[in-house]
Design a protein around this ligand. Structure first.
Ligand code: SF4
Length: 462
């Protein structure tokens, strides 16, 4: 008879359709050497094929025989983690103020409390929680059903995030919460979620009813969230961060030479006739070309655009390199180069007006041709910044300096002098197949910055 998962024994059938994996519960992935030894000894005794560190901060023992499962659990003396099923699957938390020098809140204390309250708690759909001690959000709080992020003023509560096939960044639900307030709101969300008529992930539910209605349903008031109280005596730059942008390649031509650059400031300004505007820094070569030729093209980038492509067009100058040498593009009726690679849609326009705004010029162009290249999700600035960990060149109209991190003092991180990307050995560089834990010194000599393509020698220790 074909084998099946043995959920009664917390065991999941593996790809070979023969052996099983089990996952002992280790809250937050924090354990003693004794626990690690016990797991290793039991894995060895029962001839497990591997021990695998999982994304939920657990250790899976993989490749066990079905007849050994009961004995394995007895010898481990541990409980199974809620790795499958409709329940609170995982509460991921970072080292917080207990260990991390950057932490602003005690994420271990909060994570353990949430784990004690909700790990394995039955719900109509799967549910994940992330607790991070500071805005670096190492516990993936932005892509969890519920996330907490430590700030100097307390916890920021975010909800509706999701990783996997349908990635989604969580909404900010409330800010400046103390531990009790955060726990109370999480309890309300979970109670609400327990009774939804149509089970789905929270993000989908929020999409259906709208974020304001969701907040109303769980009783988040303006006072709790800090909303509705404004101070208009100063400029709060954080307010500007709420403006949303896409990411585009803007191209132009001058004397038969072509150039293009990344811009996040393309918007449609009228519909009949369709006109678009783009704002570029006066020092940029594309600015010079548009001023000269009076034409420009726009390619709307897809969400899966690789970082090195953005690096080429966003962090290198056409004065120094030929950005078009390895890129697929066509020349439109205006003569502007139109990049098709990584684009969802393209258009070209003739300039009908411009406005000098000091460091930058706003060009307004009437669209003379446009087409859809393929279906897909457009790359937004928010996705680029939060999920792809992308940086912004200094000439971007929306440039803001990255906050310096104290981890610089560890001497392990290196910063790219071209684009500001930080190589953190903890994460490695998945885009270039560099394993987490690889020190900068051990990177191959031909390794290049995953964002802008700068060479290893362009990095300096921070
Ligand atoms: S830097 Fe990361 S590990 Fe440290 S407190 Fe912030 S989120 Fe947690």
């Amino acid at each position: 008879m074909a084998k099946k998962d043995r959920l009664d024994l917390g065991a999941v059938l593996q790809r070979d359709k023969e052996s099983y994996a089990i996952v002992p519960h280790i809250p937050g992935g924090i354990c003693t050497p004794d626990t690690l030894r016990k797991i290793a000894e039991v894995a060895e005794k029962f001839n497990a094929k591997a021990i695998k560190a999982t994304g939920a901060q657990r250790l899976a023992i993989v490749g066990l025989k079905e007849e050994d499962l009961e004995k394995v659990w007895q010898e481990l003396g541990m409980n199974p983690a809620a790795a499958v099923g409709m329940c609170v699957r995982s509460i991921k938390f970072c080292p917080g103020t207990t260990f991390c020098r950057l932490a602003q809140q005690d994420s271990i204390k909060m994570g353990l409390k949430l784990d004690e309250m909700y790990h394995g708690y039955k719900l109509p759909a799967k549910f994940k929680i992330g607790v991070s001690g500071c805005p670096n959000a190492c516990a993936d709080s932005w892509i969890r059903d519920i996330g907490l992020i430590g700030t100097k003023k307390g916890w920021k509560l975010v909800g509706g995030g999701n990783g996997g096939r349908d990635p989604r960044i969580a909404h900010v639900l409330a800010e400046n919460l103390n531990d009790e307030q955060a726990l109370e709101l999480i309890q309300k969300i979970i109670q609400k979620f327990e009774n939804v008529k149509k089970p789905s992930r929270i993000g989908k539910y929020i999409n259906e009813i709208g974020i304001e209605e969701f907040k109303r349903e769980i009783g988040i008031s303006d006072t709790t969230s800090g909303e509705g109280q404004v101070d208009l005596t100063n400029i709060n730059e954080e307010a500007l961060y709420n403006l949303t942008y896409g990411l585009y390649v803007v191209g132009s031509v001058k004397d038969g030479k072509v150039n293009a650059q990344i811009a996040n400031t393309v918007i449609q300004v009228t519909s009949e006739p369709p006109k678009i505007s783009v704002t570029l820094h006066k020092n940029n070569l594309t600015h010079e070309y548009i001023k000269d030729s009076g034409v420009f093209s726009v390619s709307i980038l897809s969400q899966d655009t690789p970082p090195h492509f953005i690096g080429t067009f966003g962090f290198k100058s056409g004065k120094d390199v030929d950005k078009f040498s390895n890129v697929k593009y066509v020349v439109g009726k205006t003569g502007a180069p139109i990049i098709v690679e990584n684009a969802l849609a393209v258009m070209e326009a003739k300039v009908v007006g411009s406005l000098d705004i000091g460091t930058h010029t706003i060009f307004v162009g009437e669209v003379v041709a446009s087409d859809v290249v393929k279906k897909g999700t457009p790359l937004t600035y928010e996705y680029y910044h939060k999920i792809k960990k992308g940086k912004e060149p200094k000439n971007a109209p929306t440039y803001r300096e990255e906050p310096k991190t104290d981890s610089a003092k560890t001497g392990e991180e290196y910063v790219c002098k071209v684009c500001g990307y930080i190589y953190d050995p903890t994460n490695g560089d998945p885009d270039n197949n560099i394993e987490p834990g690889t020190p900068f010194e051990k990177l191959p000599d031909n390794w290049t910055c995953p964002v802008c393509g700068a060479s290893k020698s362009d990095f300096e220790k921070i």
